[in-house]
Design a protein around this ligand. Structure first.
Ligand SMILES: [Zn+2]
Length: 263
């Protein structure tokens, strides 16, 4: 039975991953593939969460999904739905987020089988991430495909920049990743971990065209993903394409499935 877990870690710079104690994510890198790319920036779209997660969820670039900033004006999710919506109701789908906009705006839409929303803006992202993790651990045995969102990294970088506290937040999220991975039931799991944008070093912040705020990455491990793969020419749009390919589903997306295109 094919299964899918996509974990989103908001606003996490890859150099911090490399410097941090993140054994679970690094284990996935070792057994799978990692690709690095840059997200679009103005005037195409801000290097921000709204456009970033929309591209990851839909598999098409902002010119098609329509989200250019965190206002979400012009979103075309009905035309370009998220990968979980494309799988529903044939498969049991689930998304858990602490940035409520992702459900409120329909980035992961109402057709997703179970959507669980926590409010990191009101309750803090440490609390929201803990709630998301606990919820995911309780449900993962009963779903076929899941998106799990962790937001502390972004929140910490906005508050205190990209130093020691940011690294600690990344390490905490790796522990949460480990909890979620351990809660999986049996099956042929494709696991993808990714981020929506980077942060300016050292003060934090994003939205513009600097390379550090545009930097993003995808880690994928599972059936059909070449171990040790270090593909070039990847992009955020590959997440949905790779996720759907795992279930032998196709759609006219901008992304490439890594099982096919990446060697
Ligand atoms: Zn973000």
């Amino acid at each position: 039975m094919r299964k899918l877990l996509v974990v989103g870690m908001d606003g996490l710079n890859w150099p911090v991953v490399e410097a941090a104690d993140m054994p679970l994510l690094k284990g996935l890198v070792a057994e799978g593939a990692v690709g690095h790319s840059l997200v679009p920036c103005p005037p195409v779209a801000e290097s921000s969460s709204g456009p970033g997660w929309s591209t990851i969820a839909t598999g098409v670039w902002p010119g098609r999904h329509g989200v250019r900033d965190n206002g979400f004006a012009g979103a075309r999710y009905a035309e370009f739905p998220d990968f979980l919506t494309r799988m529903s109701p044939r498969y049991r789908t689930y998304s858990a987020v602490g940035w409520a906009e992702l459900h409120r705006q329909g980035t992961f839409g109402p057709a997703v089988g179970v959507r669980v929303t926590f409010d990191g803006e009101a309750d803090g992202y440490g609390s929201a991430d803990a709630s998301v993790t606990a919820d995911a651990c309780g449900r993962l045995r009963d779903v076929d495909a899941a998106f799990v969102y962790l937001g502390s990294t972004d929140d910490v970088a906005h508050t205190v920049g990209t130093g020691a506290a940011y690294r600690a937040a990344a390490e905490e999220q790796d522990r949460r990743l480990g909890e979620v991975l351990a809660a999986r039931g049996p099956g042929e799991w494709l696991v993808i971990v990714t981020t929506d944008h980077g942060h300016r070093v050292p003060d934090g912040g994003h939205g513009g065209c600097r390379e550090d705020e545009r930097g993003t990455w995808i880690v994928a491990a599972g059936p059909g993903i070449a171990a040790g793969g270090r593909p070039s020419g990847t992009g955020q749009v590959d997440v949905a394409a790779t996720a759907l390919y795992h279930f032998e589903l196709t759609a006219e997306l901008d992304g490439r499935p890594w099982q096919e295109a990446v060697r």
